[in-house]
Design a protein around this ligand. Structure first.
Ligand code: HMN
Length: 293
């Protein structure tokens, strides 16, 4: 198994204007992440891949292409979570057969599942696939908030390696690290990387690393080395960039930034706005000139 710590890009997917997968563009995004952003790995099938708007067949196709392009060059995590447990298991088996190093699954969403149901969901995916698992916790999108004791119950399953923690609750983050020191934590908000790393996270998984991966690594390494002032300088610049990206449309703008680097990052998938307006393009150009040249 490849190392799963460090800087992992939440992989963007290139779509054609009709919403179909642009395989050539997807391969270019993967190459850019590995060759230029020098990431330690890829988180495939996450929010950033616009995954929750795709069919099972399309999700599998993305897992296949990503593994075929990345081979064993970097760590690969497959996000297989779905409100349809049968789909999550099918995807988990598929990604495991392809050789993904680990699975991840978003907490089941939309319905108000009980904690017992959530635990059953993870235990069943793990039992059916035999692979390791990273819990994907993103309460602001799923509405699922788990506390320290609930994580402890999930961690009774030894195949759960830890959590991708996309939240700003640093008290919970600190408590998790202290209570379960053998479990890993990946920071999920790129704009809060410094405080998360200072509290001891083991890795970070982010959308903006597709274009800002070098700075992300600097923040990670400097913070780990205790050089907080230097790390903060880079976090400030990073957050100016992220603020601009968020205000202009998150995935759409990162795709435009990639296109300005010669990567065919394509369109977004409807119902997200598929194509950037002239105004959004011009903002992306300014962001590129100011922060990525
Ligand atoms: C994924 O599932 O694709 C990512 O792991 C999600 C990641 O945590 C990103 N969150 C979302 O896009 C909702 C962040 O990188 C986020 O985009 C960034 O911090 C800007 O807010």
């Amino acid at each position: 198994m490849k190392k799963l710590t460090g800087i992992f890009s939440a992989l963007l997917v290139s779509y054609n204007e009709d919403g179909s997968i642009n395989e050539k563009g997807l391969r270019q995004i993967i190459r850019y992440n590995i060759d230029k952003m020098k990431v330690d790995g890829l988180y495939v099938g996450g929010s950033t891949g616009e995954n929750f708007m795709l069919s099972t067949k399309e999700k599998k196709e993305i897992f296949r292409i990503a593994k075929d392009e990345a081979k064993d060059q970097v760590g690969l995590i497959a996000q297989v979570g779905s409100v349809n447990l049968h789909e999550a298991i099918e995807l988990g088996k598929y990604a495991t057969e392809l050789g993904y190093d680990c699975l991840s699954a978003v907490t089941p969403f939309y319905y108000k599942f009980s904690f017992a149901e959530i635990k059953h969901y993870y235990d069943k995916i793990i039992a059916e696939t035999g692979n390791n698992m990273i819990v994907y916790s993103i309460p602001f999108l799923t509405g699922v908030n788990m506390g320290i004791s609930q994580f402890g119950e999930l961690y009774q399953n030894p195949k759960i390696l830890g959590v991708k923690f996309t939240a700003g609750d640093f008290y919970l983050l600190e408590r998790l690290k202290k209570s379960y020191p053998d479990r890993l934590i990946w920071a999920g908000f790129d704009e809060m990387m410094l405080p998360a790393v200072s509290l001891g996270v083991d890795g970070a998984i982010g959308s903006t690393f597709n274009v800002n991966g070098i700075r992300a690594r600097q923040i990670f390494n400097l913070t780990k080395a205790g050089k907080l002032e230097e790390a903060l300088e880079i976090q400030h610049v990073t957050n100016d960039l992220i603020e601009g990206i968020l205000a202009n449309g998150l995935y759409l703008t990162i795709k435009e930034l990639l296109k300005l680097e010669g990567v065919d990052a394509g369109f977004c998938r409807e119902p997200m706005t598929a194509k950037a307006t002239e105004e959004q393009l011009s903002v992306a150009k300014k962001l590129k000139e100011k922060y990525l040249s």
